[in-house]
Design a protein around this ligand. Structure first.
Ligand code: NAD
Ligand code: LMR
Ligand code: MG
Length: 477
């Protein structure tokens, strides 16, 4: 699949006959064909030959193909091989498990394993809560997918979903020191998914559901929330909604509009679109219209999807009908959670002045930001290679850090709103502008502030089973 935006990067291993060709000629051929040379490494040299690795990036895959084609035509140059840097990074997977203590002798062995481990087992058998003290449970989250709605790629199955889940596990660890396991299930049957996750739960302090398509994701999450005593959080719904709301709070300030008066169009009424709409309704949006493939959702129509009937009852107060291109007329905010290329420049031209355009489909947004840069008030995407990344990665590490630290039984609405406010607050008023409405994933304040705000909300709403030390002003739970 050809991605139309974002940098592409390859490493070219070339052997040059130094008498037949100058290195400068090779570089000229690369740049003339649209490649940027970002690194050169000498691998081996001989009396009249040299082998080098040249790292080349280009904005389009097609340019990289042109570069390799042109190199093959150069006299005195042999293209030994081409490696895709992204694939290299994924070789053998991206994470590993590491013991916390070494096992160096028999004594260690008998304590981490048989026979002494039995005493620890019995301590948990006598008091199940001890699992939080004596196992990985207190710091471990399962990232579970069935591969049915992976990014905007659709139902690509559990094997193909793994790289995303491994990536989420890496982010959990790096950003919030949460240990996370990627688990991709080879079933898309609602009951089987629920039963499997329930059976897996003893090892985990939380369940992060990921990339499970709607409407099954709603029932799976709801049932697991009822039946488990650890937080179950469908990231595509709630993580996205938390970050979207944080971004919108700040974007509205940039364009000087009020959330109560804004006309908001959400495109893609799936897992993420429904959750984002819910948070917007709770935040006071009055004119909210949902659009999916068949056009605007309206209460006068009956849908096969029960969530859509529920949705249409609560939104579209003026009962607008028609396609996205019609509905978008005069809108102040567009929120895309559908698939790449759905929005056209003409649509944005017909929005209200200084429109807010959040095109959050991954990996290809609903419109390329460059196409509307001159007419939009604020633009955000889900990707890391544009300004204003509205992506659930800003939420899930911090919200689970908080939930694990206070051993929350659930992640409730108050905790989610606290997370949104925490994220929005990281951008100081004097820093706020159209290219900076949302903090970077690498801003360490993000997880820290989410953790504080979310633990406070958990304690306030009575779902914390443990009071972290810094929150113990009087008494403990
Ligand atoms: N930026 C983020 O943090 C973030 C988070 C979650 C999801 N997403 C993106 O949002 C999209 C949806 O994810 P999801 O988990 O809600 O999936 P989903 O399958 O639950 O829902 C997708 C919805 O979009 C609709 N849709 C697809 N193409 C459309 C089109 N051309 N016009 C109108 N509607 C269309 C589908 O009918 C479906 O209702 C994906 O691209 C995903 O990558 C982004
Ligand atoms: O994985 C991401 O980048 C965000 C989100 O979970 C998505 O499904 O697109
Ligand atoms: Mg996802």
């Amino acid at each position: 699949m050809k991605d139309t935006i974002g940098g592409k990067s390859i490493i070219l291993r070339v052997e040059l006959q130094t008498e037949a060709v100058h290195f400068g000629q090779l570089i000229t051929v690369i740049t003339e064909n649209g490649g940027d040379v970002i690194a050169i490494d000498v691998i081996q040299t001989g009396p009249n030959w040299t082998v080098r690795d040249i790292t080349v990036t280009a904005s389009e895959q097609i340019q990289l193909e042109a570069v390799t084609g042109a190199i093959k035509l150069l006299q005195g140059v042999k293209l030994v091989h081409v490696s895709d840097r992204t694939f290299l990074l994924h070789l053998g997977g991206k994470i590993e498990m590491k013991p916390k203590v070494p096992i160096q002798n028999r004594d260690d062995l008998s304590r981490v394993y048989t026979p002494d481990v039995a005493r620890v087992c019995m301590a948990i058998h006598e008091k199940q809560e001890n699992a939080y003290k004596l196992t990985i449970k207190r710091n471990t989250v399962a990232v579970v997918s069935d591969g049915s709605a992976v990014l905007g790629l659709g139902n690509i199955g559990p094997y193909a979903a793994m790289p995303v889940m491994e990536g989420k596990a890496m982010l959990f660890k790096q950003l919030a020191d949460v240990d996370a396991f990627p688990i991709c299930l080879d079933t898309q049957n609602t009951e089987e998914i629920i039963t499997t996750i329930k059976n897996l739960a003893p090892a985990f302090g939380g369940i992060n559901l990921e990339d499970i398509s709607s409407p099954r994701c709603f029932e799976i999450e709801e049932r697991l929330r009822e039946e488990l005593d650890i937080p179950v959080f469908h990231d595509d719904q709630h993580g996205t909604a938390v970050v979207l709301y944080a971004g919108l709070i700040n974007a509205l300030k940039v364009v000087g509009k009020s959330i109560h008066e804004a006309k908001v169009v959400v495109c893609g009424i799936g897992a993420a679109g429904i959750a984002c709409s819910n948070i917007l309704l709770a935040a006071g949006v009055k004119e909210l219209i949902g659009v999916d493939r068949e056009g605007a959702l309206v209460s006068s129509t009956s849908y096969n999807n029960p969530m859509w009937n529920w949705y249409a009852e609560r939104t579209n107060p003026n009962r607008l009908t028609g396609s996205l291109h019609e509905i978008i007329e005069g809108a102040d905010v567009f929120i895309g959670l559908s698939s790449g290329g759905v929005l056209k420049r003409g649509d944005v031209e017909r929005m209200a002045p200084r429109p807010i355009v959040f095109v959050m489909a991954n990996p290809t947004p609903e419109i390329h930001p460059d196409e509307i840069e001159d007419i939009a008030g604020v633009i955000a995407t889900g990707r890391s290679d544009f300004p204003n990344q509205i992506n659930n990665v800003l939420c899930f590490p911090g919200i689970f850090r908080a939930a694990l630290d206070c051993q929350a039984t659930t992640i409730n609405e108050e905790m989610k709103l606290a997370a949104s406010a925490a994220i929005a607050s990281v951008v100081a008023p004097q820093e706020l502008n159209k290219l900076y409405i949302i903090p970077s994933v690498f801003n360490q304040e993000v997880v820290r502030r989410i953790r504080t705000g979310v633990i406070e909300a958990a304690i306030r709403t009575g779902v914390a089973r443990r009071m972290p030390r810094e929150f113990r002003s009087g008494g403990s739970i």
